[in-house]
Unconditional design. Structure first.
Length: 278
């Protein structure tokens, strides 16, 4: 028999409440939903795990998660599908409760990253999570969500990272000017991604390694932090002014624009490619 069978139990209500920001802040805990996110949490940050919940059927399907949890001596509880759905309708019968941990900007920069993503006024959870995932895939050394951005522990953000949240340091809550100053002090150039940018990303890629590069052109092979703005209005003039250069992603077809996550992925991979070639 599963350990938990009552979907109206107080424990179930307490877990479900963590979908809300106020409960997350009050208890210092958040939800990790689905086998991929939970798998990476257990592998990469077992000390953060408070509880792990699976149905007996899911435990049989995801033996690797169960084995890693047992190796780390983590508390594992089985529950009926009804209980797991009551805790989270999006967990696919695998759910973890994790402790929140604040990552400082100093700790991120102590790793001497050559590529960082900075999200400012990014409000959509899916976009934020996808940019974190793209940052991880491109080999970035970290990501920053400024004080004006979505809560990184929002369940939709965590789910959208597909486990990448546990692969690289993610800083939250810092003012943009403070972030840019720290990045500059650490030796990173800051490039703002904006459709009206002076520099074309394709042109900058063509200039990598060219001794006759255009005067003043940013070097994509240099340590770089990319600054991405709000989904609707992008970056304000005062935000763009903080950057060393403003770069546009070229549109070769008839599309009016790219969404934030797609544009961010293109920029991050352009830097990753340039840095590999240098």
């Amino acid at each position: 028999m599963p350990d938990l069978t009552n979907p109206r139990a107080e424990r179930v209500k307490a877990v479900r409440a963590l979908a809300g920001r106020s409960a997350r802040l009050r208890h210092g805990r958040y939800l990790v939903e689905g086998p991929q996110g939970v798998r990476e949490l257990v592998r990469e940050a077992p000390d953060a795990v408070v509880d792990l919940y699976l149905t007996p059927e899911a435990a049989g399907r995801h033996i690797d998660i169960l084995a890693a949890a047992h190796d780390a001596e983590l508390p594992v509880r089985t529950a009926t599908p009804e209980v797991l759905r009551a805790m989270s309708p999006d967990c696919q019968e695998v759910l973890a409760v994790a402790r929140t941990a604040r990552v400082t900007l100093g700790a991120l920069l102590a790793g001497s990253p050559r590529l960082v993503s900075v999200l400012h006024h990014v409000r959509d959870p899916g976009n934020a999570g996808t940019v974190i995932r793209a940052s991880d895939a491109a080999g970035a050394g970290g990501a920053v969500l400024t004080e004006a951005s979505v809560d990184v522990h929002n369940p939709k953000v965590v789910r959208s990272t597909a486990g990448s949240l546990f692969h690289l340091p993610v800083v939250t809550g810092a003012p943009l000017a403070e972030v840019v100053a720290a990045l500059h002090a650490a030796g990173l150039q800051v490039l703002a991604a904006d459709g009206g940018g002076e520099w074309d990303l394709d042109d900058l890629l063509d200039l990598v390694g060219d001794a006759t590069s255009a005067a003043g052109a940013p070097d994509l092979a240099a340590p770089t932090a990319w600054l991405f703005g709000n989904e609707a209005w992008g970056l304000r003039p005062e935000d763009r002014a903080l950057a060393d250069a403003v770069v546009r992603v070229p549109l070769h077809g008839r599309a009016e624009s790219l969404n934030l996550a797609t544009a961010a992925t293109v920029c991050l991979y352009a830097s990753a490619r340039a840095q590999r070639r240098s």
